[in-house]
Design a protein around this ligand. Structure first.
Ligand code: AMP
Ligand code: MG
Length: 301
């Protein structure tokens, strides 16, 4: 079974997990450049392959059993590597069982609903994995850093009163607990990038023709809010890492290490679900045997 093979993932992800109830100060508690015992990309190739294979195997069982679903939340500042993460980590999965949603500035239609509505629309069905490239956590990140976003949400007076962020943490935690209790695991990956590495990546996006399309002038003006974002990240991690949906802080300065880490967390969650292929019951067995007899009788001489 998957679990014996999955042993390494538990040890690997332990230092990345935010223990529920702890107060996180991102800058002091997590190093964006960390890569454990691994020195270079080549040291990690084997682990990445194992993680991806494990995910693929578990995904098949998940799809066959159709009792559980998984939401993978990807958060991180601009250039943290969210898009690349979607491409690389998901490379081993069967596309039929995976959906990706990228959340942008909310539309007029979305703003006419409660703030969790648009995320709820993109939840997975049982047997499926949904990847959220940005997520409901933007509602306590960009919306907090730029309160004019909140003005656009047309909240009634008492929903805007002080304490709104604490209430949102609570509402998000409750929503995720509801999902977890009903068979939907929420896997939360925070890609932790350093300010210097962001600078380097922006420069690359400007210098390389094939990366120009990824750059927007807004990225640089957003960078001026770096400290506000770091504060909002720390608060989010402190208040919304729960026993049912803990946060994992993925060191993101080395893309290769970030990818192994993400694969390990996702594989660990999937093996934890322990999906099995459904066992045919006696009647089913009989039908299978009858079908076999019929097919064998058709064999060419
Ligand atoms: P990107 O992920 O780089 O394509 O950019 C998407 C943009 O949408 C980012 O600048 C986010 O800050 C913004 N965004 C995502 N969700 C929200 C939200 N709930 N409210 C306001 N802006 C958002
Ligand atoms: Mg961007």
């Amino acid at each position: 079974m998957g679990n014996a093979k999955a042993g390494w993932t538990a040890d690997f992800i332990e230092p990345l997990r935010v223990p529920p109830g702890t107060k996180v100060r991102l800058a002091e508690d997590f190093d964006p450049g960390w890569s454990g015992d691994l020195r270079a990309k080549k040291d990690g190739q084997d682990l990445l392959a194992r993680g991806v294979a494990l995910m693929a195997d578990c995904q098949q069982r998940l799809a066959a059993q159709e009792t559980h679903g998984v939401v993978v939340v990807l958060q991180g500042i601009d250039a943290a590597g969210k898009d690349g993460m979607v491409r690389h980590v998901m490379s081993g999965m069967n596309p039929q069982g995976v959906g990706v949603s990228a959340f942008k500035v909310p539309s007029a239609e979305e703003l006419r609903h409660d703030y969790l509505w648009r995320y709820a629309q993109r939840l997975p069905a049982r047997g499926q994995i949904a990847i959220f490239n940005r997520s409901h956590y933007e509602e306590v990140l960009v919306v907090r850093v730029h309160p004019e976003n909140l003005d656009r949400q047309r909240l009634p007076g008492d929903a805007r009163r002080p304490g709104i962020w604490r209430r949102r943490y609570q509402e998000i935690n409750n929503w995720e607990r509801h999902l977890d209790r009903n068979g939907f695991r929420v896997v939360k990956l925070f890609l932790n990038l350093s300010k210097e590495e962001q600078r380097q990546r922006f420069l690359q996006r400007i210098e390389r023709r094939d990366k120009n399309w990824k750059f927007s002038a807004a990225d640089v003006s957003e960078r001026e809010y770096w400290d506000d974002y770091q504060r909002a990240f720390s608060r989010m991690l402190s208040h919304t890492s729960t026993p049912w949906a803990p946060w994992y802080v993925i060191p993101a300065d080395h893309k290769w290490f970030a990818r192994i880490s993400a694969a390990a967390v996702i594989a660990h969650t999937l093996t934890g679900i322990g999906s099995r292929y459904p066992e045919p019951d006696a009647q089913e067995q009989q039908r299978l045997q009858a079908a076999r007899a019929g097919l064998e009788a058709e064999a060419p001489r």
